[in-house]
Design a protein around this ligand. Structure first.
Ligand code: C2O
Ligand code: CU
Ligand code: CU
Length: 501
């Protein structure tokens, strides 16, 4: 995807044209948002028809695999908005720009209920894919929102109550990449040098059909690693810097992502966009749902070099249904240095410039809102499981207040599991991570957490307590939070937050 100068110009021309259309109001009034919108509803910048339907994909050799697939049609908007991945079982990548007003008309052409969610995007309740808005076969739903998120890597996937794991495994997922001029100006690798890497594990039966471990309370594990919805891919790259956008799109597999040749992982972005500064890690712990954008310079390697992106061994990854077990080393992607390409691109020493929130400034400092992850014959959060529209008094959030939350994974014993907690709504910051039982097991994961930056999903390993700082400023209403182990989510490890003005 190349947003070259012309395309950028086209984009800015569109917004200038919009400005003129709201004649009489200064540019300033428009730019500051509220006032202009109050006077005249903004027109839609991007209008997409998104369809979920039965499909198939040639993933292994031999029989094709039956899948569920998102397809999309651009009804209006910049022509680079939709980018299908040839050969993939995933939906098209949706490229959006911060500030765009987006309308997505979703059509369910499956023979079962479904609903689509835009993971990481801060959108109104009505657009968020809450199971309240589940679409019956033949039905449709209109999602309308403004892109308020920072430039970064997001994704969309099915969010159907008790069927999310099955439907995502069957193919209902795709990437969303948000662009922003301020990011373009950094000169990070773009176009062919900006490569999304969606990592998913799958299991197949003897006739090449997807298996999903329904009813598993542990989590579905597969033995085939698919990259960008394809199996057995090699990434051919040139001798220059790249931006790789990693998404752990597995249902439940936790990854410890590293280069097999000892190269460090240079992280430039997390779930919610760029970090303030790049950070080096020996490996990255990535749960289902998490994104890590990395910068990697291949110029030090001669053409012909082969490097592997792998998941390394680690402890206390939890039980799962399927093989290999959590924490087993796995190859993820072969990277082949296939051509020499010179480039003067260098890693900027400073990327974003957002303020780091302080716990002491939270309205509930010293009295954090806690989320205890437990098991009582089902996965629970504070002792409760999912109810479609119910919430407790402890699940009411007041807007525009900085709050400190603590996710507690205190469960000890056979059912201890890492739980990646995902909160719909705004991106949050992580201010503290504590493990009450560190030891040699913890040494296998502890250097892989990137707690800097913006997050929508936070990994809590067994015996961990992780503190977040969060502030809801945009939308009130009912929003989900849940474990992003999709089988845990489907077994009820999900709740509602009621956000009130
Ligand atoms: Cu990626 Cu509520 O989910
Ligand atoms: Cu989400
Ligand atoms: Cu969980």
């Amino acid at each position: 995807m190349s947003f070259d100068f012309l395309e950028r110009f086209e984009k800015s021309a569109i917004s200038r044209r919009d400005l003129l259309r709201y004649g009489g109001m200064g540019v300033g009034a428009f730019a500051t948002g509220g006032i202009a919108r109050a006077l005249a509803p903004r027109k839609i910048d991007v209008h997409i028809q998104l369809i979920a339907s039965n499909s198939s994909a040639q993933i292994l050799s031999g029989s094709a695999t039956s899948t569920y697939r998102y397809t999309a049609r651009l009804l209006s908007g910049p022509r680079q908005t939709l980018k299908p991945i040839p050969g993939s079982f995933l939906g098209p990548t949706i490229h959006l720009w911060k500030g765009q007003r987006v309308r997505i008309d979703f059509y369910n052409q499956l023979a079962e209920d479904t609903v689509v969610h835009f993971h990481g995007l801060e959108v109104p309740h009505n657009a968020d894919g809450h199971p309240l808005h589940t679409v019956a076969p033949g039905g449709s739903w209109k999602h309308e929102f403004e892109v308020v998120n920072n430039a970064g890597t997001y994704w969309y996937h099915a969010h159907t109550d008790m069927r999310t794991g099955f439907q995502v495994n069957k193919g209902l997922a795709g990437l969303i990449i948000v662009h922003e001029l301020i990011e373009e100006k950094l000169g990070l690798p773009s176009g062919n040098f900006d490569v999304p890497i969606v990592i998913q594990d799958r299991r197949f039966n003897a006739s090449n059909q997807f298996i999903h471990s329904t009813g598993s309370q542990l989590g579905h594990l597969g033995n085939y690693i698919c990259i960008n919805g394809m199996f057995g891919q090699t990434l051919n790259i040139g001798t220059r810097p790249y931006r790789l956008r990693l998404l752990n799109g597995c249902n439940s597999r936790n990854l410890k992502v590293a280069w097999n040749n000892g190269m460090p992982m240079t992280v430039i972005g997390t779930d919610g966009g760029l970090l303030n500064q790049p950070i080096e890690k020996p490996y990255l712990m990535m749960s289902s749902g998490q994104r890590r954008d990395i910068w990697v310079d291949f110029s030090q390697y001669p053409v012909g070099t082969q490097i592997k992106l792998v998941s390394q061994a680690f402890d206390r990854g939890g039980a799962g249904s399927g093989t290999p077990a959590q924490g087993t080393p796995m190859d993820l992607l072969n990277v082949n240095v296939s051509q020499s390409i010179s480039s003067s691109a260098s890693l900027p020493s400073s990327l974003a410039s957002f303020p780091i929130w302080q716990e002491a400034n939270a309205v509930n400092f010293g009295n954090e809102r806690t989320f205890a992850l437990e098991y009582m014959s089902m996965w629970t959060i504070n002792g409760n499981t999912f109810e479609l529209s119910n919430y407790t008094n402890d699940e009411i959030i007041t807007m525009n207040q900085l709050e400190v939350w603590e996710v507690r994974n205190d469960l000890i014993g056979a059912l201890e599991q890492p739980h990646p907690m995902h909160f719909h709504g705004p991106q949050f910051q992580i201010c503290n991570r504590e493990n009450t039982d560190p030891g040699t097991w913890y040494d296998t994961i502890s250097e892989g957490f990137v707690d800097e930056g913006w997050h929508d999903t936070v990994f809590a390993f067994p015996r961990e307590r992780v503190k977040l700082l969060t502030k809801w400023t945009k939308h009130s209403g009912l929003f989900l939070y849940h474990c992003h182990n999709l089988e845990h989510e489907d077994m009820g490890m999900m709740r509602n937050l009621m956000v009130v003005p």
